[in-house]
Design a protein around this ligand. Sequence first.
Ligand SMILES: CC(C)(COP(=O)(O)OP(=O)(O)OC[C@H]1O[C@@H](n2cnc3c(N)ncnc32)[C@H](O)[C@@H]1OP(=O)(O)O)[C@@H](O)C(=O)NCCC(=O)NCCS
Length: 224
Amino acid sequence: MGTTVKLIIYGDSTFAELVKHYFETDSNYRVVAFCVDRAYKTKDELCGLRVVALEDALSRYSPEEHHIFAAIGYKSVRVHKALFEKMLHLHYPIASYISSKAIVDASCQIGVNCLVLPGAILEPHVRVEDNCFVNSGAIVCHHATVEAHSIVAAGSLIGGYSVVGESSLIGFQASVAELRRVGKETLLAAGSVLLEDTGECAMYAGAPARMIRSHAETGIVLAK
Ligand SMILES: CC(C)(COP(=O)(O)OP(=O)(O)OC[C@H]1O[C@@H](n2cnc3c(N)ncnc32)[C@H](O)[C@@H]1OP(=O)(O)O)[C@@H](O)C(=O)NCCC(=O)NCCS
């Protein structure tokens, strides 16, 4: 392990607590504070650390000495994207967490604000763009791309050369066949098997997966 770097987590949910756990137990980062938008600030402390308003973060924690990570869940993927983009304006260096228990080929490219959790496998030449979460046990096969703001849930599989379009969510144990193009803002339901390319902004489910409904107005929202 090299030099310790101080980290601020943007978010104060249980997901933010989980992200703190991963960074602190398996990286060179030490979490020093949480921050949230002032309008959403409901507590002063979390896990023994201060919760500050995002608007005050810069004056308390300098970007020269701190990195940041947006731990914004994906109940709404559009919110997950919007808050990441808001955080960019603060000009902090942005962290990513890649578990030491993930298998990530040296040829892979991984953006900022990404999580690659334990047991995930990223085969050669995979590209994971900014603000993506590749959860435990997911497999992303060679030359596949996961575009920005997307979530690859635990146990799912993305076939070789496939592209998961921006702001998509591949559900638990779902599979995308090789050479497929998943359109942006696609929700592939848990356990589904996608054999065809998809359109955009819609939910697909089943094996083989079929389009169930569009969510063009709201983007992906997981109600439960
Ligand atoms: C996609 C999902 C959100 C749909 O939930 P929902 O909105 O309550 O879905 P509905 O109950 O309205 O179902 C609509 C239709 O899709 C079908 N369907 C829903 N989920 C399905 C699934 N996983 N596999 C197959 N069919 C499914 C339903 O049977 C229903 O078909 P019908 O109209 O013929 O009865 C949910 O099934 C799911 O997969 N959630 C993702 C969980 C997950 O992976 N989280 C990961 C977080 S990292």
